[in-house]
Every structure is written in C-alpha cells, then in structure tokens.
Design a binder for this molecule. Sequence first.
Ligand code: NAP
Length: 313
Amino acid sequence: MTQVYNFDVVILGGGPAGLSSAMYAARGNVSTAVIDINPFGGQPSNYMVLENYPGSINSGGFELMETFEQQADLFGVKKFPMQEILSIDLISDPKVILTTEARFNAKTVILATGAQAKKLGVKGEEEFTGRGVSYCAVCDGAFYKDKIVTVVGGGNSAIEEAMYLARFASKLYIVHRRNELRADKILQDRLKTFSNIEIIYNSVVKEIIGETNVTKVLLLNTITNETSELQTDGVFPYIGLIPNVEGFSGQIKQDAMGFIYTDETLKTSVDGVYAAGDVRVTPLRQVITAASDGAISAVYAVKYLESVKEKVL
Ligand code: NAP
C-alpha cells in the first residue's frame, strides 16, 4: 500500500533554495518535507569552488551544500531524495504530490526545482552526449587532459567552466555568438591570464561531428555567414538555463520560457504555492539569491498557514 504523508509545507527541490526554505519553514514550527528527484544539493554540488557565497571563503560547492542539508536536519526537516514523481497537483486542497513510493498531502508547496542547462539544439548534440558533449565541466573535465575542448556561450557559466576546463585541456576555444562576452568583468579579466584559451566571436555551432566520439564542430560566422570546421575533442554548451517545471507547468503563471512569476513574498499565482531560486522569474541566479528566496518563501508560507488556520477557527 502507498505510504501517505501529511505535511504543512512540502518543498520540491533540495538545492540551496529548497534547503534554505526547509530550514526556515521547520524553524517556523510547521511540519516540513523536502522532495527531490536527485540527491540533495542541486546545481552548486557540481561546482568546484564557490567564491562569492558570503561568509564562506572559497568553499567547495558539494561541501557547502552538505552544510545546508545538515543545517536543515537540525530543525527536523523530513527528507525524501531520489523520488520518482508521478504527478503534482498544486490546485487541489490539500495539494498532492504522488511518487512511486508515497502520496504527500501538502497544505502549502514551495517550488524550488531549479533550472538546467539549455541545449544547443543542433545536429550531433544528442548523439554525442556522453561521448564528447557534456554539460558538466566538473564531472567530465578530467577526461580532457591534453585535449582540445570547445565551450559554447559567453555568460558567467561559460567563462567559469572554460577556466576550469583549461586546467586540463591543451587548447580551449570559447565560441560566442556576439562580439562581446556577457560574463562579469572580473571573470573576463581572469580569463585573459589563460594562454591556452582562445575566444571565437560572432560564431555559433551548427553541427557536432564525430565517429565514436566528437572530432570537430561546424561553425557559422554570424556576420559573414561563412562556415568553417573546428577540430575539438569535447563540446561543453553553457548557453543559459531552462526551468525544471515538469509535472506542474501550466498550473501556475509562467513566462514564455516557463520560469515562474511570483510576487514579492514569492507567492505564485496559486494560493499556498510559492517559488524560490532559479525556477522563478528573477534578475539574478546565484546561491545567495536562492538561499534568500528560500527564507522569504518559507516565512510567507508559514504566514499563509496561520491565516488559513485563523479563517477556520
Ligand atoms: P546566461 O547568463 O543567460 O548566458 C548565456 C550565454 O549563452 C550568453 O552569452 C548568450 O549569448 C549565450 N547563448 C544563449 N543562447 C544561445 C544559443 N542558442 N546559441 C549560442 N549562444 C547562446 O547563462 P549562464 O551563464 O548559464 O548563467 C545563468 C545565470 O547564473 C546567470 O544569472 C549568471 O549570472 C548566473 N551565474 C553566476 C555565476 C557567478 O556569479 N559566479 C556563475 C555561473 C552562473 P548573449 O550574450 O548573446 O545573450
């Protein structure tokens, strides 16, 4: 028989937003659960070093997220990692999350499911994923020792990951569609210290080519419209994020990309449903903003629970 749980707050996602909201909700003395389809920690678990999380100088991403989790543990948060989610109903009362193992009835839900790497959507990308195409420099960087690597994109992720990969690669190309990078100035300055990194501006990857593994990419110059081939052993696309909204997309108000709209209390368009971190429409996606969102969403979820209780009494 399916196990049934009843919680005041159920948080979907165990990254920095989810774990912070869990801690704040549990400290607000309401029963709190966190559910994730993966192990806890979210995206930062894959970062070698986080150098801009205040109060923690150059902490490893994995280690930092472990402390987030331990801190949530201190307040009695119930954790459900590695769940296979069958359905999510944010509209019903209570809200219901059904997994292969259990039914979670929730008075409030905080959506902290984060975002994932956007795909290039070109020929060869899917075929060579795991055979030269990777979205995780920390996971796969060591495979590219003394090899040629191509990073696609011009934002903070592309530049940070390029600098990480350049420690292994003999040569690293950054292919960027415009003539200037989007990344923060401090990262751009640091990039200049790498003698094995070359930026190819005004270019996009049109195709990823290989046999067993990737051997080259086809580039299109966005100014001249000319195509050229670039020899490479690996392709790491870092061209932005798409929100993880599978299972509940359409039940709340979202933007064209699927990111969730919230008000300043991080309430979504549905009563009792809040969103925190990268999954929501926000001007900045950082661990610190995710953690801050976690705090705000949980405090207002607890206030919502109190207001509902008052109405019933
Ligand atoms: P991003 O800031 O949105 O940058 C995406 C980059 O990919 C841009 O340079 C964009 O070009 C390019 N791009 C987008 N679609 C493309 C396509 N179809 N083909 C080729 N190029 C394409 O994404 P991100 O770098 O993944 O960062 C996501 C968020 O996390 C940002 O808010 C970022 O600041 C934050 N972040 C912060 C840090 C840090 O502070 N240390 C580290 C990592 C990420 P254009 O420039 O022409 O638009």
